[in-house]
Design a protein around this ligand. Structure first.
Ligand SMILES: C[S@@+](CC[C@H](N)C(=O)[O-])C[C@H]1O[C@@H](n2cnc3c(N)ncnc32)[C@H](O)[C@@H]1O
Length: 604
């Protein structure tokens, strides 16, 4: 079992190999079921940069013909999905970009990171959040400690024995776009196996005659310039568009930006919305400035959510050369239906990229105390191993090789939770994400620029790694904060060290409650709801909980943000982090119990 969907009826799968545009149109005409279009895969590594000509127009035309209840999935290479989204008519609602792991790695040519994923774009003809079954994927277990590869900390009681809720990165069913896709197809058939759907129509377009063509190569041989001394190793307070004017053309070795995402604004579909158009017009302006200041052959890396990255891609491809679409799977706890768990780090270069310092030996992995022991910039942790520190220590002592090849799919760096390494900034990035990025793209002493420098993660990590830096930050508060933290490095302190702090800012749009002292721990309250549910045979309503529960109902009102959170443990059966095995009587036992039992038997 690769996944488990609750209350589903798997869809019947109908395959269709279309040979021309008309056939394609007629298969989709008025189809109000689930439609899965498979775009042709690239045949050679270099084709990964060459879009299928006309693919956006074709898929758009076909999509307009779909019936009003249809769900549409388009499977394809990153470069093609970008063109599909660019042309998609507004009647189709964008829902998700799912990154799917490739079975085999496609090597780059030292000028980019090897490729490890393709994608699925999910759309609906209806205007509501995506309707699909609650789907879980099995937990995976570390071969050394036999515990789940993810550390579920204090929340184990709200997790499910059948597995973890699905996210938008599928690594458990690695497959090839031009190979056997049956596991992916089966997952979509189960995921959408709800009324009114009956059939998943799979449309293979490999014989339709689409061909790939490279975008014209931009050769750039401008003179490199020096960044003036007075700007080197400084953070400038001010607006990026204004302050970037101080930076000479072709003077920066690497740009990284994590801009504001404009997510608080209401939008119905981004092309329709004037606010969002203003946002992207502004983005295009600073992207243009950044491409002016980077040196030829160097990289501009931009972190954003996948949908916004598509829009950035469309603009960046007009002035720069596409290098990598990095998938950073960042979230630790999947808690809702198809949990958005990843960010895109879009990498473009000015003209042809130089060979990357991580491949030429120009850059080395530097071990820094603020990164977890398991972290290595160039050798990520292999998928099957856990991040628990004691297990990592065991593996080091036993010289177990738990490393994988560095590719464009990263899942070994968790985003910062509300832990003691956070400072007072709402969207602070983990320092080791930046250690990896800076070590891949730069050599010591080269200049790193971030014009949305926030709490300073980019410039601070550049500083720690022996690179030069220049940061720009509009907020005086964050500008001060980052300057203080650079001063800490000068004083021999680690700015990312753990500290006793009470934070005011939060990293989530979900409403949060005031920090408070709980008279009864939230976990105990949730487990009490579970007990009551067991007693009355269903999830209790608020009235039932106040009647049968042993704690005052006011605690639930005060401590939780929703009834869903109150009843979270009652809706699952909790989990043990240890792998369980069936004993001779069919009961589930952990490995430890199994060993104890076999020892007891041995004694007998
Ligand atoms: C997503 S945060 C960056 C967080 C940063 N990566 C970190 O780890 O702390 C974006 C930052 O851009 C800043 N910002 C917003 N508009 C700006 C502008 N026009 N010029 C410069 N900085 C700006 C915000 O104040 C915010 O600190």
């Amino acid at each position: 079992m690769t996944h488990f969907s609750e209350n589903y009826q798997t869809l019947e799968i109908a395959h269709s190999l279309v040979k021309n545009r008309d056939e394609f149109l007629s298969v989709c005409k008025n189809l109000s079921d689930v439609c899965l279009i498979i775009l042709p895969a690239s045949q050679t590594p270099s084709q990964l940069d060459q879009p299928l000509q006309g693919v956006g127009d074709l898929v758009a035309e076909v999509s307009k013909n779909l019936g009003e209840k249809a769900t549409l999935v388009v499977l394809g290479e990153v470069i093609d999905l970008v063109q599909v989204q660019a042309q998609m008519p507004d009647i189709l609602m964008y829902q998700h970009w799912i990154a799917i792991k490739r079975g085999t790695i496609i090597d780059g040519n030292q000028r980019k990171l090897p490729h490890r994923h393709f994608g699925a774009l999910v759309y609906t003809r209806y205007k509501a959040s995506l309707r699909h079954t609650k789907t879980r994927i099995e937990y995976t277990y570390c071969p050394v400690c036999d515990k789940t590869t993810k550390d579920y900390g204090g929340k184990k009681h709200t997790y499910h024995e059948a597995g973890t809720l699905i996210s938008d990165v599928w690594r458990d069913i690695a497959c090839e776009l031009n190979g056997d896709l049956s596991t992916v197809i089966k997952r979509f058939a189960d995921l959408f196996g709800l009324e009114p759907y009956r059939t998943l129509t799979v449309i293979d377009t490999k014989e339709i005659g689409l061909y790939r063509q490279a975008n014209p190569i931009v050769h750039i041989e401008f003179q490199e310039n020096q960044l003036p001394e007075e700007l080197t190793n400084t953070i400038i307070n001010g607006d990026c568009l204004e302050k970037l004017k101080l930076v000479p053309d072709n003077s920066i070795d690497f740009v990284f930006v994590d801009p504001p995402y404009n997510l608080k604004k209401k939008y119905s579909g981004y092309l329709d919305d004037l606010d969002i158009q203003d946002y992207f017009k502004w983005c295009d302006e600073w992207i243009y400035e950044l491409s002016r200041v980077i040196k030829p052959g160097r990289t501009l890396a931009l972190l954003n959510i996948p949908l916004w990255s598509i829009r950035h891609f469309l603009y960046m491809q007009t002035i720069l050369k596409y290098q990598n679409w990095l998938v950073w799977e960042a979230l630790a706890f999947p808690v809702r239906m198809i949990m958005p768990a990843h960010y895109t780090i879009l990498c473009f270069t000015k003209g042809e990229s130089r060979e990357l310092p991580c491949f030429t030996g120009g850059s080395e992995h530097i071990r820094l105390s603020s990164a977890p022991t398991s972290f290595n910039s160039f050798e990520p942790l292999a998928d099957d191993y856990c991040l628990r520190e004691n297990c990592v220590d065991t593996r080091i002592a036993a010289k177990i090789n738990d490393r994988a090849k560095l590719t464009d799919l990263w899942s070994d760096i968790h985003r910062l939770k509300h832990n003691s390494r956070r400072v007072d900034h709402p969207t602070q990035l983990p320092p080791h994400l930046m250690y990896r990025i800076i070590s891949i793209f730069t050599k010591p002493n080269e200049i790193v620029l971030d014009c949305f420098n926030g709490s300073g993660t980019t410039t601070l990590t550049a500083h720690q790694l022996g690179r030069k830096y220049i940061g720009i930050e509009a907020s005086e508060k964050y500008w001060n904060l980052s300057n203080e933290r650079h001063q800490e490095i000068q004083n021999g302190l680690d700015p990312f060290r753990k500290m006793e702090r009470v934070l005011t800012s939060k990293n989530s749009p979900v409403p949060r409650l005031e920090k408070q002292v709980y008279k009864v721990p939230k976990k105990t309250l949730q487990l009490e709801v579970k007990r009551v549910a067991g007693e009355i045979g269903h999830i209790p309503s608020r009235d039932e909980l106040s009647k049968f529960g042993k704690y005052p109902i006011e605690y639930y009102d005060k401590y939780f943000v929703s009834w869903g959170e109150v009843t979270a443990a009652a809706r699952t059966n909790g989990m043990t982090e240890k792998r369980t095995y069936n004993d001779n009587d069919g009961h589930k036992v952990t490995q430890q119990l199994r060993l104890l039992e076999s020892k007891a038997k041995f004694k007998d």
